[in-house]
Design a protein around this ligand. Structure first.
Ligand SMILES: Cc1cc2nc3c(=O)[nH]c(=O)nc-3n(C[C@H](O)[C@H](O)[C@H](O)COP(=O)(O)OP(=O)(O)OC[C@H]3O[C@@H](n4cnc5c(N)ncnc54)[C@H](O)[C@@H]3O)c2cc1C
Length: 385
């Protein structure tokens, strides 16, 4: 059985299990702080999990106003976390592009939440009220102003505008981050999952791969997305399946902003790809798509963006959002196993939150504590199972 324990330096050696949004971002943050990093990725290439499947929206505004349970005890902390993530994205994307030598397609486009029919009024008003309560910058637009900002939008009676929202080309970003990790001296070990920990005296000292190979390290960061946990000390994660479609469209016929309808959202990517999503199927772990769900999505997309009438989807796929029991991220040290850390539970916003999940993971591993802004999301909190 091979043991990969050759130390190149006296720097701490960190094994990151999972090369997705959280794992790649954490690897970069750890490398920037002088650690030696090996990323173990089950698939043939990093960034092919939920990160690849996602809509790539960076939407602290509408996600916290329209998608976060107002009674959740972490609702305010989550809104602050998302807002912080929105602020770090311009620099994070620029660094990923420069260090990875590839475009990431980041743009602060704003997002628009249209009120398209009377039966959406209650949810629309609730989102407006929640934005006000959580201090999320949101502007109320009348029908004419909504049409001026998004001329291709179906007629609406009014809309909410979140100027701080944006998007990224998530598939390109995965590639840029993976290259940046390699260029910064990190090792990508792809094609085989980590199946467990090397434990010495109750401490995590590396991971064991499916082949039995042992990768020794001073600490292990679990960033395995929606996959089953590496160790019982980690919080339980439930997959929330999301099915998506994309349409091919001339760039001039695509929305400028992210459109957040109540039945579907639309996000325009480079190269004439208009992404529409997504279903939300808690507990579903398969990646198959079903025609009825895809058709519902296509119809919802056409209702808010009439230029899609008669345009068939050019692509469909599914991915798995990683959700903790309380739906919020789980960061920092695991309870009871020294040297075991986590960056888990990005759920609907794991791309948006990835720069902060990476930074928080690096601080937990190297400083022994989460930064203050991440403390509320420590993974040893009660109720995570
Ligand atoms: C349909 C859909 C739409 C979404 N839209 C958005 C959006 O618009 N904006 C947003 O911010 N977020 C969005 N998300 C959520 C976002 O994609 C996830 O929260 C985020 O990708 C989670 O990052 P992660 O690193 O935890 O998981 P992933 O990105 O899935 O990465 C986990 C990685 O770990 C690997 N892995 C798993 N187990 C092991 C193992 N044992 N050993 C080694 N490797 C392993 C996997 O192969 C994978 O590459 C969406 C998700 C879906 C499914």
């Amino acid at each position: 059985m091979a043991v990969s324990n050759i130390r190149r330096s006296s720097a701490p050696r960190i094994a990151v299990a999972g090369g997705g949004a959280a794992g790649l971002s954490a690897a970069l943050a750890l490398l920037a702080r002088g650690a030696e990093v090996i990323v173990i990725e089950a698939r043939g290439r990093p960034g092919q999990g939920a990160m690849w499947a996602s809509g790539g929206m960076l939407a602290p505004g509408f996600e916290c106003a329209a998608e976060t349970d107002p009674d959740h005890k972490l609702a305010e902390a989550f809104a602050a976390l998302c807002a912080r993530a929105g602020r770090v994205w311009p620099e994070f994307a620029a660094r990923a592009e420069a260090d990875g030598g590839a475009p990431a397609g980041y743009a602060r486009t704003g997002s628009i939440l249209p009120l398209s029919s009377e039966d959406e009024t209650a949810r629309f008003e609730a989102a407006a009220a929640q934005a006000a309560r959580l201090g999320i910058p949101a502007e109320r637009l009348d029908a004419a102003e909504a049409a001026r900002r998004e001329p291709g939008l179906a007629a609406v009676s009014e809309a909410l505008w979140f100027a701080d929202d944006g998007q990224v080309d998530n598939r390109a970003l995965g590639e840029a981050l993976a290259r940046a990790v390699e260029r910064a001296g990190g090792t990508l070990r792809c094609g085989e999952p980590a199946t467990g920990l090397i434990e010495t005296g109750g401490a995590a000292r590396g991971v064991v791969l499916a082949s039995g190979e042992r990768i020794e390290a001073d600490a292990v960061l679990a960033a395995t997305g929606a996959a089953a946990g590496l160790h019982p000390a980690l919080p339980a994660i439930t997959p929330v399946k999301g099915q998506m479609i994309a349409f091919s469209m001339p760039p001039e016929a695509m929305p400028r902003a992210v459109i957040r309808g109540f039945g579907a959202y639309l996000s325009a990517k480079p190269g004439g790809r208009l992404v529409a999503g997504a279903s939300s199927e808690p507990g579903e772990a398969g990646l198959e798509t079903d025609p009825a769900t895809l058709e519902r999505l296509a119809q919802a997309a056409r209702r808010i963006w009439p230029a899609l009438e008669g345009v068939p989807p050019s692509e469909s796929w599914a991915g798995l959002r990683p959700a903790t029991a309380d739906g919020m991220p789980a960061l920092g040290a695991a309870r009871g196993v020294e040297g075991l850390f986590m960056a888990l539970g990005g759920r609907r916003n794991g791309v948006l939150l990835s720069p902060l999940m990476g930074e928080a993971a690096a601080a937990a591993v190297l400083d022994g504590a989460l930064p203050g802004w991440a403390a509320a999301f420590h993974g040893a909190r009660d109720g995570l199972g």
